[in-house]
Ligand binder design. Sequence first.
Ligand code: NAD
Length: 351
Amino acid sequence: MDPPKKICIVGSGNWGSAIAKIIGVNAAVNPKFNTTVNMWVFEEMVNGRKLSDIINTHHENVKYLPGCKLPANVLAVPDLLEAASDSDVLVFVVPHQFIIKVCDTIKGKVKKEALGVSLIKGVDTSTDGLKLISGIIREKLGIAVAVLMGANIANEVAEENFCETTIGCRNQEHGALLKELMQNQNFRITVVSECDVVEICGALKNVVAVGAGFSDGLGFGDNTKAAVIRLGLMEMIAFARIFCTAGPVSPATFLESCGVADLITTCYGGRNHRVAKAFVTAGKSIEELEKEMLNGQKLQGPVTAAEIHHILQHKNLLDKFPLFTAVYRICYQGQSIKHFISCLQNHPEHM
Ligand SMILES: NC(=O)c1ccc[n+]([C@@H]2O[C@H](COP(=O)([O-])OP(=O)(O)OC[C@H]3O[C@@H](n4cnc5c(N)ncnc54)[C@H](O)[C@@H]3O)[C@@H](O)[C@H]2O)c1
């Protein structure tokens, strides 16, 4: 039998800590995996103590997942290189704006045959064109990378409420191993091969959620929100058809947890929806609200809207994506929230 695989969770925010709970429990009982699971913690002081010390003493991430006990075999490691360098499976779960720095830190220092899986929702446009986060990791580290995306609000997963998720992975063996590492009775995984589509769904749904928050903030009811969700889904599919050129883009993938289910949960319960709703009702900027409402957690929707906007503008495609465009303009260009519904009324879907 192969030696047990060492796991490193690269990130320890809200979702990073919730998935650490599942992985820790599974690794403790499955001989395929090393019992100790490293979790890289971006060190910070919480009430005068190092967060990594608090986690290793009390087995709780008191800042990002308070009230949830982590298994004792999850070891918080503040040094990224030390946490990741001899790992066989690297689970990437940092907010997407930090992934380049993370990869640069461990570049050339992780095992060549290591397998990566990205739980990160977002895209990168800092270089030429659009890059998927999995693509950045693959390119920088030279390792195989799959993705896991789904209707998975971290606090609910941590509470062990039943939910589903999707792994996107071209290599069946890798897909099966990752499923074994992360599935349990209440976290059910389907593996599909269209990994780029799975990942693009995870990024774009946060933009739609901002639109859903606007709709709720404006006081419209469930019909309007359903329309925002549907039109948002149509834009997600159109976007995937233009940008996921490496393989097929099947309607079936959008029916997995990573597609329509994640869209629904994010438009009802996620932080992007919550902050966008407050943006309309409180009249403060997105940045102010992120600081006030999220206690260090990061908002992904507006940043992703800006990245998508940059790419669509460059390709002269803004008029085909009125919802994505309106979210960007309202968040960053001072466009009045009143214009949000008119962008839907004049959507190309209705012309
Ligand atoms: N929270 C959820 O419900 C959820 C669910 C599914 C997917 N995701 C995705 O998971 C990813 C991670 O989100 P999260 O919710 O775990 O994080 P989070 O927003 O809760 O926490 C922010 C994290 O960023 C870290 N951080 C701050 N500054 C940093 C820096 N300079 N470099 C590196 N790290 C830094 C903090 O230590 C903290 O761990 C995101 O892409 C998110 O979209 C989140």
